[in-house]
Design a protein around this ligand. Structure first.
Ligand code: NAD
Length: 354
């Protein structure tokens, strides 16, 4: 029997509800695939601030670094919005990502056939979309120095080093090798030197992956193409700010924010979390859709090379959706029965065994 030590961060808002369902499903798949998970819980965000006055305690960083993977729910909420910036839940998450060295964010946009009507795009445009955005997460304009603001002017610096571009490009090309072998690198090389530099280095790295087709696209065109014909994309490779915007756009074409997982990798340990926030408006009501978090757990299993277990989870989700079970966020899309968070977890945990 294989054993993995999983650091669990439930966080704030709906975090505990959705992570509990992911654990339920992991335990169920563990029984059939002979895998044991040892979970250890750590605090982050508002829950950590309330308990110890720090949104990212050292113990959490240490515990994550000592684990095989981190399963994370979400942080934040109205209660902590007036705190000084460094005490806010979001600062805790940024610090954790930095301390774990998570420079690559991977966000698949998966379309379930049963939910093509949930998209705002026409079913014929959306059916069959299978793309993943690989976003650089710890560099670029969000972190570049110098940065400045006074009453008369303000500026930020968009900066990338060779090493930063090389390592994220490798992540994207490796991802493409596991998929349809196509990388679209997105930049603004017609205007920005930093993008010209990005493009040159991506071209160099591409030579190491001769099987992968590489094309480049300006970010403004990419924003249009994602809506016009999302099926043309396999792996989208991009920097921090463009990736921030495009990954939200790519995820929204799917329909519900409650369906989409993500992985942040690159350091000693990967972190897996839904793309949505802590949804304080529905917290504690058992209305949240746990599928994004359960799919994040499946991505975690892929990262741990437990491919059969990951596939079982994805198949079980398809089955449950095909049977017409929906959480309230998807109630209007061909629901046969609307179920709460816990029941959705029970159903997926049941079907992973089939
Ligand atoms: P949000 O993603 O929490 O919620 C946006 C809307 O989507 C809400 O109406 C919410 O009810 C709904 N929603 C989100 N997840 C859902 C789910 N699983 N099932 C059903 N409905 C769901 O975004 P927000 O309201 O802008 O932010 C709320 C808090 O979350 C803020 O404090 C924000 O800073 C934080 N946040 C945290 C993360 C993170 O932990 N990684 C990410 C984004 C936002």
């Amino acid at each position: 029997m294989k054993t993995y030590n999983i650091a669990v961060i439930k966080g704030d808002g709906i975090g505990p509800e959705i992570v509990n369902e992911a654990i339920k499903v992991l335990n169920s798949v563990g029984v059939v695939e002979n895998i044991k998970f040892n979970y250890k819980e750590y605090l982050l965000g508002g829950a950590a601030y309330d308990a110890v006055g720090d949104p990212c305690p050292d113990e959490t960083i240490k515990g994550c670094l000592e684990s095989d993977a981190v399963l994370f729910g979400s942080i934040g909420g109205y209660k902590w919005e007036s705190l000084p910036k460094e005490k806010r839940p979001e600062s805790g998450l940024l610090k954790l990502r930095k301390e774990l060295g998570l420079f690559a964010n991977i966000r698949p946009a998966i379309i379930f056939d049963e939910l093509v009507n949930a998209s705002t795009l026409k079913p014929e445009i959306i059916k069959g979309v299978d793309l993943v955005v690989v976003r650089e997460l710890t560099g670029g304009i969000y972190f570049g120095e110098p940065r400045y603001k006074d009453k008369e002017k303000a500026y930020n610096t968009m900066i990338y080093t060779r090493e930063e571009v090389e390592r994220i490009a490798h992540v994207a090309f490796k991802e493409a090798m596991k998929r349809n072998k196509k990388v679209t690198s997105i930049d603004k090389a017609n205007v920005l030197e930093v993008s010209e530099f990005w493009r040159e280095i991506v071209e160099e790295i591409a030579k190491e992956y001769p099987e992968v087709e590489l094309n480049h696209m300006y970010v403004d065109n990419a924003a249009m193409q994602l809506i016009r014909n999302p099926k043309q994309f396999d792996v989208i490779l991009t920097g921090n700010i463009f990736g921030d915007i495009l990954s939200d756009e790519a995820s929204m074409i799917v329909g519900s924010i409650g369906l989409l997982p993500s992985a942040s990798i690159g350091g000693r340990v990967g972190l897996f979390e839904p793309i949505h926030g802590s949804a304080p408006d529905i917290a504690g009501e058992q209305k949240a859709n746990p599928i994004a978090t359960i799919l994040s757990a499946a991505m975690m299993l892929e990262y741990l090379n437990e491919l059969n277990a990951a596939k079982r989870i994805k198949d079980a989700i398809k089955k449950v959706l095909a049977l017409g079970y929906r959480t309230p966020d998807l109630a209007e899309f061909d629901a046969k029965e609307v179920v709460n968070t816990s029941k959705m977890g029970d159903l997926i945990a049941k079907y992973v065994k089939d």
